[in-house]
Design a binder for this molecule. Structure first.
Ligand SMILES: NC(=O)c1ccc[n+]([C@@H]2O[C@H](COP(=O)([O-])OP(=O)(O)OC[C@H]3O[C@@H](n4cnc5c(N)ncnc54)[C@H](OP(=O)(O)O)[C@@H]3O)[C@@H](O)[C@H]2O)c1
Length: 346
């Protein structure tokens, strides 16, 4: 099969398409003919040699995909050849075929194209895990989400809104803020020119927000302590600004705050399956109704994976990029995401 590979870590130019052996489909696993594979910021880190795959995972990039089932391994029930599925992967998405544990496979609802579904599992499950399971976000509560313009952020806005919570986001331009508002955020702050603490306080009637979803890290820690309500939760999922900061623990105690750090990829398959079950229990209905859908900014063929990585690194993307196997048109915008574009997000 064809896959996007690289011989040694480096810049985008190391990526190339080559013939590689198809992955084995073992007991409890599902082999998928990949129609679309989401590109994530973590892929850029892995390509540069900073985020190696966990032991036993495919060396091929790609944390999510969608397509149709080719084969199921022994002991797999509820999934059969020909079913449209999307999958949360520990690696291997940038390939014509990918293998996932059956518990990490989700049916693609009719309301979604496979192109859209290819950009769903990693970002929606990350947003769900961290906002709801770890952050305890509830109906009527408030959240501050950084990077509302990104893959995880655009998912977080939609999930929070569907759950009846209120969200203030940050994004890197006024235009990107506007698009976050169209997607369902109640307030949006340009992180290059405005103060998100003031916006967080305003959204929560001066109380502070209940949850912060943090993909920036160190430089924001002090302001997060300020922005949180008493009893609030700070969930750290990314360190785009760096991992170090000083914290006055007295302030943490006075406000009775919780700080949680979390990753999704390294969790055992059984834990991921539990997260997926919880997500499905809660959000299958809006997903089936087309009210939750990844914001696909553009699609690229595998041959242009380097261009896709450059676009994501350059901050050009609102929402997600997906890669598609085979030739196909170059850099098409908003493919298969008509509903999303209608909301001004594609
Ligand atoms: N721990 C986990 O399990 C997990 C899983 C998935 C992703 N992540 C992390 O979550 C983050 C988002 O992932 P993604 O795939 O959504 O990436 P993405 O699509 O590239 O989005 C990155 C987002 O970060 C925002 N950002 C960058 N610097 C910022 C700053 N100083 N203040 C506020 N926002 C800032 C960007 O906003 P603008 O471009 O508008 O400036 C953009 O929306 C990444 O750090 C990723 O590594 C963690």
């Amino acid at each position: 099969m064809q896959a996007v590979v690289f011989d040694a870590p480096g810049d985008e130019s190391v990526l190339r398409v080559d013939e590689v052996p198809s992955p084995d489909c073992g007991p409890g696993e599902v082999r998928i003919a990949v129609a679309a594979a989401g590109v994530n910021r973590a892929d850029l880190l892995q390509r540069r040699g900073h985020y190696p795959p966990p032991p036993g995972a495919s060396e091929i990039l790609g944390l999510e995909c969608a397509g149709s089932v080719l084969e199921v391994g022994r002991d797999v029930t509820g999934v059969a050849a020909g079913h449209r599925v999307m999958a949360l992967l520990t690696g291997g998405g940038y390939a014509e075929q990918a293998v996932a544990p059956s518990g990490c496979v989700i049916p693609v609802p009719d309301a979604l194209s496979e192109l859209e579904a290819g950009g769903l599992p990693e970002v929606f499950l990350t947003a769900f895990l961290n906002l709801f399971l770890l952050g305890g976000l509830e109906e009527g509560a408030t959240a501050l989400v950084h990077g509302g313009s990104g893959g995880v952020g655009t998912a977080a806005i939609q999930l929070a809104k569907a759950a009846g919570a209120r969200v203030v986001v940050t994004a890197g331009s006024d235009e990107r803020c506007r698009r976050c508002l169209e997607l369902g955020a109640e307030a949006a702050v340009n992180h290059r020119s405005q103060d998100f603490v003031a916006a967080a306080r305003e959204l929560s009637d001066g109380r502070g927000v209940d949850v912060v979803l943090d993909c920036v890290g160190g430089p924001y820690l002090e302001r997060h302590i300020e922005a949180l309500a008493v009893g609030g939760r700070l969930v750290v999922i990314g360190l785009q600004g760096g991992g170090h900061a000083e914290l006055d623990l007295a302030r943490l105690m006075r406000k009775r705050l919780t700080i949680v750090g979390s990753t999704l990829r390294a969790r055992p398959a059984a834990e991921k399956a539990e997260i997926i079950d919880a997500f499905s229990d809660r959000f299958t209905e809006p997903l089936a109704g087309g009210r939750l859908r990844p914001v696909i900014d553009r699609t690229f063929p595998f041959e242009q994976a380097a261009t896709a990585h450059r676009a994501l690194a350059g901050g050009e993307v609102f929402g997600k990029i997906v890669l598609v196997p085979g030739g196909g048109a170059e850099g098409q915008r908003g493919q298969g995401a008509e509903g999303t574009r209608g909301k001004g997000a594609g």
